[in-house]
Design a protein around this ligand. Sequence first.
Ligand code: NAG
Ligand code: NAG
Ligand code: NAG
Ligand code: NAG
Length: 524
Amino acid sequence: MPSICTSLRLLALVSAFTQQFTAAEPSQSTSDRCLLLAQNTSFKDTTIISSTRLAANPSVQPWGVPCGSAPVPVSVPLCRVQFSVRTSNESEVKAEAWLPDEWYGRFLGIGNAGSGGCIDYSTLNYGSSLHFASFASNNGHDGDIGLPFLHHPQVLQDFASRSIHALSVAGKRIVKAYYTRPHSKSYFIGCSQGGRQGTYSALHWPKDFDGILAGAPVTNLHFVLGWLGLMSRYTGAPAGMSSPSFIPRELWAAVRREILKQCDGVDGVVNGIVDDGEACRFRPEVLACSTLGGEEGVERLTEPQLEAVRKVYSALVGGDGEVLFFGYSLGADPLTVFDPLFGGSLFPYANDWWKYAIYQDPDHDFSNFSLADIFAANELDPFEVSTISGEFQELHARGGKFLTYTGTHDQLVPAGNAKRAYTLALQSMGKRAMSAFYRLFLVPGMDHCGSPFSEGPFRIGHNAFSVPPVNDTEHNVLLALVDWVEGGRAPERVVGTGGEGEERVLCRHPLRSVWDGGRWVCKL
Ligand SMILES: *[C@@H]1O[C@H](CO)[C@@H](O)[C@H](O)[C@H]1NC(C)=O
Ligand SMILES: *[C@@H]1O[C@H](CO)[C@@H](O)[C@H](O)[C@H]1NC(C)=O
Ligand SMILES: *[C@@H]1O[C@H](CO)[C@@H](O)[C@H](O)[C@H]1NC(C)=O
Ligand SMILES: *[C@@H]1O[C@H](CO)[C@@H](O)[C@H](O)[C@H]1NC(C)=O
């Protein structure tokens, strides 16, 4: 019975360090220790601003710009530490540590989303409730915006490459000072930009983390952001709704219905999920027919709109015909990202990146944003932020593990990006090494970083909003990573849970999750 093995594995994970924890507990009360941390601790480049003991279940106000809704819940008793790390003479990273009373010896570094700029409180709460000493930072600037990069290369460097390393170095010192012993193993968790940060750590700071969980990584950053910029250009930006190629919401809904009609069944199951967009050749022409349905002619695309849809769903091709990037994910629901992406202005993250980080010109005119801008950014590639490399030799050599996942309905980062990163690593590392340290799981129907609106089995424990019904190594990717690092058991499969509780097996790439008539199985 798998459930028995599973619960044993769960028990082992949860209790491994309990004994050590009890033995190492100093005589001071936890609240004294927490207070003293701020009063009596100083490290090079690190300033502890405050340390506050929190009982379980209060809520706290965020520090700086929050990522989600305030106030922030606190699930377990812990010591909350606010600190800053000086990264240069003109930059610093603001960070928080949530140090649970019941600590299992593990360090958890938490990444950022978008342009960074806010502390991820929900993951601080998630990590500490799973007994990790959890650390998150503002990534070196306040607010999910690019303006702070303007004429501040040090702030840009924090975003591109330095903040996670600074968090790891300072955080581990804080752990040692507070618990009076060093951490046993260190982990990273992040999605989207955080997935890129985790990949960057694996490539450039391979000693920082023993296990890295990197979701929907924005690696190949200039292509991901630039391609999203092109999506908004195709559909009318920056002219907006007055552009003939602008596609209003209702028409996007019709486009989506037509895609599902043509592509949903290609994987063998009609369930509202496109398992593999690359397997379907979408033909949008029918969308220009007046017989489409709805009120007479209402759902019909004009020629410029049809051309825009064609461009959106076609691969990005270079001047000499080579395929540079992917078409928009066929499974993705464009309505969920309508305002930022298809609403008539340039995708805001592309806008900010090119304005403030690449061209350093707040008045830059995006009327002709094109492939040339993507190439220009890639050429500049500040602090190697593009994060496109398969050279994981050092991480592999020291026994580090890299677990990555992405959804096939991702509306911002196409699943092909993670597959391509996998192939790049495979070419550099070889099949045997990959099996030992790098695994990619594709999640059919999961949207960007697995929101609860996903059509597919998004609940895999990769964040606080996707907690599976059981927190064991089979259902929860963070615990699976811990088991891989500490128990040497590499994850072969993950059981994802959908919004209605339905389960589906997720497979390590290149295996795919397919319906064999009675259940989901992994097949090539
Ligand atoms: C403060 O730190 C110093 C140096 O680490 C240590 O010797 C001293 O015992 C600490 N004081 C308290 C009250 O913990
Ligand atoms: C920081 O250091 C650099 C290089 O040493 C220098 O050019 C710059 O003026 C300094 N900035 C500040 C704010 O002191
Ligand atoms: C799983 O862990 C999360 C985070 O600690 C917690 O909120 C949830 O209640 C746990 N679920 C179960 C079934 O233990
Ligand atoms: C955009 O391209 C058009 C046509 O080549 C040109 O006339 C216009 O000046 C360009 N605009 C900008 C801002 O570069």
